[in-house]
Design a protein around this ligand. Sequence first.
Ligand code: PLP
Length: 392
Amino acid sequence: MNRPAESPSVPALDLKAQYRAIRDEVEPIVLELMESQQFVLGPNVAGLEAELASYCGARHAVGCASGTDALLLPLMAWGIGPGDEVITTPFTFFATAGVIWRLGAKPVFVDIDPVSYNLDPSRLAEAITPRTRAIIPVHLYGQAADMDPINAVAAEHGLKVLEDAAQAIGAGYKGKRAGVLGHAAAFSFYPSKNLGGFGDGGMITTDDPEFASRLARLRVHGMEPKYYHAEVGLNSRLDAFQAAVLRVKLRHLDSWTAARRAVAESYRDHFEAAGLGALVTLPTELPRRIHVYNQFVIRVDPALRDPIRAMFTEEKVGTEIYYPIPLHLQECFSSLGYQPGDFPVSERAARETIALPMYPELSADAIRRVVDLLAHFYRGRNLLPSRREHAA
Ligand SMILES: *Cc1c(COP(=O)(O)O)cnc(C)c1O
């Protein structure tokens, strides 16, 4: 049994590689901004808003301080609060449900589809009550949720649809991009997202001009005109510094997305060549979607997940679990009364999934090494024939 040759470490994410590639473009812009001393809102924020709206095909975009606030502000603008219910998936980053709770509304979870990891539209209808006000589908890992049936249920019951597109900038669904698939969409510029800033940032897209102005007012304490407050908002502005950096990065986004998709293809080729098809479930790109692979998440036998992660850690390969505890089982939501077993598809995904290294600059050698290590692991447990037997 050949052990894969000793190689340099493979991080789960390498932000420095991307920075090296754009340093010459970013540095003068940041220096210029420091000369201007214009740090809050201003022309770079307005510029990024226009460019991002156009990138998504939306009429308007409103920058804010984080992806979390990009989820919170639309719910505030729709007046969602105590007594209201908002439906979402339990298999997502905490913020998706946290914003519902923070407004005094009740998160109502609906299980996911096992293939896409996204909200299962066939289970939506049973979760709707007279108190339901909105649905937040999440485009998890970079693949759009099945929006047509979600929008159909929403239209039938008069509900708002807010896309959680934090992981899915540029993701395609039936010829459109994430950001125009509901009434509004939330994007995050957290550094690990496909379009990541040098700190926190977020943006909301919408086609509704009045809704966009309402959001723009809510992000400055509901102020309009200056020092007049008809309603209470937040201080949630997008930093001009982040906007300046993000404008540079947005110009590269499509080539980075193409590189992520090529990394995913290369993983697939190597997994197939290694004969791992029956042991490891790879991500599925559904028909008429463009997956942008914020994460490349595989499924393994839950009994092997910890040993596999330990092996990768030992070999200096970064992996992560997104997400180990479905939200209905989080302590802070215990008063909602959910129990283990309520959302079996999410609970199973939480036990079986591992995110492998994924970033546009991930090298062919690194991809091969990750797959070779996994094949070596399975051979060591006699779950995969040795290379010679396999070839025979
Ligand atoms: C990152 C993320 C958020 C929150 O974004 P922040 O910018 O970190 O506040 C919300 N939802 C999902 C699915 C995310 O991945």
